[in-house]
Each structure stands twice: as structure tokens, then as C-alpha cells.
Design a protein around this ligand. Structure first.
Ligand code: NAD
Length: 367
């Protein structure tokens, strides 16, 4: 098998700390599974601003384009907060990356182990067996990208701002196809979330999802929920979902709600898959932890590396088609945590270990 070519964009604050642990885990798995790794590091975010004057230098974009996937850390933090909004690391690096590679499908596992249920605000009584759901968010359409997007002064002197929510049928069909694939690898249950009682885009969304599933996936059990109800149901009984799919803004909000319900950000990974295929005929993707750069704990050996390690597992699964090594990493993380090795964010005040020791435990459980 040719080497696994991926760009490594560690970013800022805890980004490099957790990235180096994910790379250590990948190296061990590669040795065990007889795989060759070809990671290429590149600057991004605040670190890239400091070194090159841009959050996403051309050289970084070139490295990403030559790779089959991007393993991303996180970007931004207080050091760059005074920059104009358009130059802020997150906006100037992540959004252009999503756009450049048409990363239209954001896949976020909402996973909480039974042993960690006390990390969730729902507590053990509500979710005795933990949580295992999957959020699929459309990432390149809807309100965040629709035009016009502007603020104007009206003839009467009042000021008016406009954002435009727009979706094409083809955009809804391709995210539905992603959701179907994900649902097929789980319980074949898909819930589509919209606001079809109010929004035109949602009417098209519901019609399109319904028709697409009927035509292409009669084996999938499809249901629909309005977004306000979905937000309530996620708190009431998260496990009633298996896979849910929704448009960009609803997904932004619901996936964060899901993250809170699932306890620590330090455990949650995500994948953003592109419309294009990589050199292996699989989806090009960007893989990153759900959390940010956590400046409050950076440099203190406190960051939980599991989200980054689990993101690397998603990369193996989706962009390299390597299910067995991906599952091996996921199982090792689970075994390490269940056996009691915990960083402070999931230790509930009990004994905790640092970033490197957490990764050491994962590596020990890979055997
Ligand atoms: P954050 O996710 O960085 O931190 C929120 C809380 O979660 C903090 O208490 C932090 O310590 C904790 N946390 C996050 N990841 C953790 C980990 N791996 N282990 C243990 N604890 C962890 O959110 P924030 O504080 O709102 O943002 C900080 C910076 O990160 C901001 O500049 C923001 O713009 C940026 N950010 C970047 C991304 C990204 O690069 N994709 C995403 C979100 C936020």
C-alpha cells in the first residue's frame, strides 16, 4: 500500500501539544498494521500569522492540496484577538480551507462512554449507558455563505442587516448521501432536522431528503424533526437519535449542544469531508477535535489528547479506508479511559494524568 500522505496543521496553544500525541499513536498503529505514514507539517492559524503574515499561507494550502487528508489541531487565541475579524485565525484559516476543498459534510460523533456519564450535565441517571450518536452537518451552504450578506443604511436612516439562507437541491442530495452511508454503518436510522413549518429552504430540504432516501436507501428508516424540537430531544433523551443530519446553522448549534451533553470537549473528534476524491478515490477530508485551542490550559500538560487521537482514527477510516486501524485506535482510547487513566477534564476531581501520559496509556492499550 502506498504511504498515507496527510498534511499536519497543528495550529496554536494546545494544538501542537495534542497533535504530537496523535502522531505518536499513529506511528505505533502504522507499525502494527504495516502502514507507511507520510505526514507533512505546515503552519496555520496564529502561528502562521506570526511567521508568514497570513493564517493560511499559500505554502500550507499547497501542502494540503498535495495530500490525501488534513489532520488539523485548532487555531486562534488571545494573542491574535485584536486583529480585525477577517484576519482572525479561525476565520482566515478554517473557513477558506473548508471553501477551498469544498468540505461540505461535517461528521461529529457524540460519544460518551458509560464510565464517563458523570462528565455530562445529564448525569448517569438520564444516560446510564452513555451516549452514542452521530451528527452530520452541511458545512458549505445555508445562511453562512448565502448572498446578499450585507449591512446597509436605508433611505429613512435606519440600518438594516441581511443574511441569506439558500440551498440547492444538489447540495441537499449530497449531504443526504453522506448521511445514508453513515446510517448504514450504524443502526440504519436517520433523522433529518429542519424548520419546514417556517423556512422555504427547509421545505426543499425535507422534500429532497425524503425523495432521495426513498429512491436510494429504502433500507434506511427516516424521520424528521423541527430544529426546536430536536434541540429539546437532544437534552431529554439523546440516544433516541442514531444519526441526524441537518443544514449548516442548525448543525452548528445542535452539534455544540451535543458536545456539552457528551461531557468534555477533550473527547470529541470530527471529520469534514470534501466533495472531491483524494488520490485513493476516497473523500478528501479535514479531521480535527471539536474543541478549540484551550488557552487556559495550554503549556501545562493538562490537555486531553483523545479528541485529536480520535480525529486521526476518523482520518484513517474516511480518507484512507482503513477501518481496522481506526477501530483499533478507538478501542484503545476507550480501554485506556475505562481502565482509569484520565486527564483532568474527565477525572471528576480524582487522580489525573498529563497529556503525554494519557497518550502513553492509549498506546499501551493498542497492543
Ligand atoms: P475551547 O474549546 O478552546 O475551550 C473551551 C473549554 O474546553 C476550556 O475550558 C478548555 O480548557 C476546554 N477544552 C477544550 N479542549 C480541551 C482538551 N483537549 N482537553 C481538556 N480541556 C479542553 O473554546 P474557547 O475557549 O471558546 O476558544 C479558545 C480559542 O480557540 C479561541 O480563540 C477560539 O476562536 C478558538 N477555537 C478554535 C477552533 C478551531 O480551531 N476549530 C474551534 C473552537 C474555538
Amino acid at each position: 500500500m502506498p504511504a498515507l500522505k496527510f498534511a499536519v496543521l497543528a495550529g496554536d496553544y494546545i494544538g501542537p501539544e495534542v497533535m504530537s500525541e496523535a502522531l505518536r499513536v499513529l506511528t505505533v498503529v502504522a507499525r502494527q498494521e504495516n502502514l507507511m505514514l507520510e505526514p507533512t507539517p505546515a503552519d496555520v492559524g496564529g502561528a502562521a500569522i506570526d511567521r508568514h503574515g497570513s493564517a493560511l499561507p499559500d505554502a500550507t494550502l499547497k501542502i494540503c492540496a498535495a495530500a490525501d487528508a488534513i489532520l488539523f489541531g485548532s487555531v486562534g487565541g488571545p494573542k491574535w484577538e485584536k486583529l480585525p475579524p477577517a484576519q482572525q485565525p479561525e476565520r482566515a484559516a478554517l473557513l477558506p480551507l473548508r471553501k477551498h476543498f469544498t468540505l461540505f459534510a461535517n461528521i461529529r460523533p457524540g460519544l460518551l462512554y458509560r464510565e464517563l456519564t458523570d462528565a455530562s450535565p445529564l448525569k448517569t441517571a438520564r444516560i446510564p449507558n452513555g451516549i452514542d450518536i452521530l451528527c452530520i452537518r452541511e458545512l458549505t451552504g445555508g445562511l453562512y455563505f448565502g448572498l446578499p450578506k450585507q449591512t446597509i443604511t436605508l433611505p429613512d436612516g435606519d440600518v438594516q442587516a441581511v443574511d441569506t439562507m439558500v440551498y440547492r437541491r444538489s447540495e441537499i442530495e449530497r449531504i443526504t448521501a453522506t448521511a445514508i452511508t453513515a446510517a448504514r454503518s450504524r443502526k440504519k436510522k436517520l433523522c433529518s432536522v429542519d424548520k419546514a413549518n417556517v423556512l422555504e429552504t427547509s421545505v426543499l430540504w425535507r422534500k429532497t431528503v425524503t425523495a432521495y432516501v426513498a429512491q436510494h436507501a429504502p433500507d434506511i428508516t427516516l424521520s424528521h424533526l423541527y430544529v426546536d424540537n430536536a434541540a429539546m430531544q437532544l437534552v431529554r433523551d439523546p440516544n433516541q437519535f442514531d444519526v441526524f443530519v441537518t443544514e449548516n446553522m442548525f448543525g452548528d448549534i445542535l452539534s455544540d449542544e451535543m458536545a456539552v451533553v457528551c461531557g468534555s470537549l477533550g473527547m470529541l473528534s470530527s471529520a469534514s469531508l470534501g466533495a472531491g476524491q483524494n488520490s485513493r478515490g476516497l473523500p478528501f477530508g479535514l479531521y480535527e477535535p471539536a474543541g478549540g485551542t484551550a488557552p487556559d490550559i495550554a503549556g501545562k500538560d493538562l490537555a486531553n489528547p483523545c479528541a485529536q487521537i480520535l480525529s486521526a482514527a476518523l482520518m484513517l477510516r474516511y480518507s484512507f479506508g482503513l477501518e481496522a486501524p481506526a477501530a483499533r485506535i478507538e478501542a484503545a482510547v476507550k480501554r485506556a479511559v475505562v481502565a482509569g487513566t484520565r486527564t483532568a477534564d474527565i477525572a471528576f476531581g480524582g487522580k489525573s494524568v498529563g497529556t503525554r501520559a494519557m497518550a502513553d496509556a492509549v498506546i499501551a492499550h493498542l497492543a
